[in-house]
Design a protein. Sequence first.
Length: 254
Amino acid sequence: MEKPKIVVVEDELFIAEDIKAILEDEYDVYINVVSYDQAIKAIETIEPNLVLIDIKIKGYKDGIELGQKLLNLDTIPFIYITSYSDDVTIERIKNTRPYGFISKPFKKTDIRTQVYLALNNFSFKRMDQLRSEKEILDEVPLTIRNVISYINENIYEKIEIEDLTKLTRWKRHHFIRTFTREIGVTPYQYILKKKVDLAKSLIRETNQPINEIAYDLGFVNYGNFGYIFKKLCNNTPENYRRATTQLKYNLKLS
């Protein structure tokens, strides 16, 4: 599975490199984008899943104007990263409806959390009635949203497709086809991704033994967990823990 792609629009290279170091274990991060015009070209070429935007960038247009462009397109979420927080700037930012705002100097957890939430919220915005400008009359988004909620609430359990189908009024094959069309992956793939995402957080942020994490998340055995983790992350759980531990150490030294 391909990593989500993130374009960082930041004219201070050392800051862009810090952001890349924080995110590159989970995302493909593109830097050396320092102006509005470069950002537009990068977005057209790379087709990112998310754009991180500094407000003060090179050129005659600033980052908020880039945010307005992305708002008008409404195809890519974006987050501002800036040291500006005066009332005028905040008012301009508010009008572009970003998916997040990170103040400089930032913490590693700020970057990780905001990126995760932005990608997650954007992927499900069609099902989020609170963000929709139109009343949802179709039962499909609401039904799929209920299924997603069930998965999230029972992520530590073994979840069968039959259990999910019972939450709908559809037959199994119709449910799988509809879920896949709406979310972009099959129910089974979605469940595995959510479990692995949680496993990555536990591996990264705790000292819990990896085999216990696999067992707690309902995997049949450690071998099965390791195979799925490597398939989704292009890395073994052990190497992922070593890499993230080293990254934490390097960030403390910097």
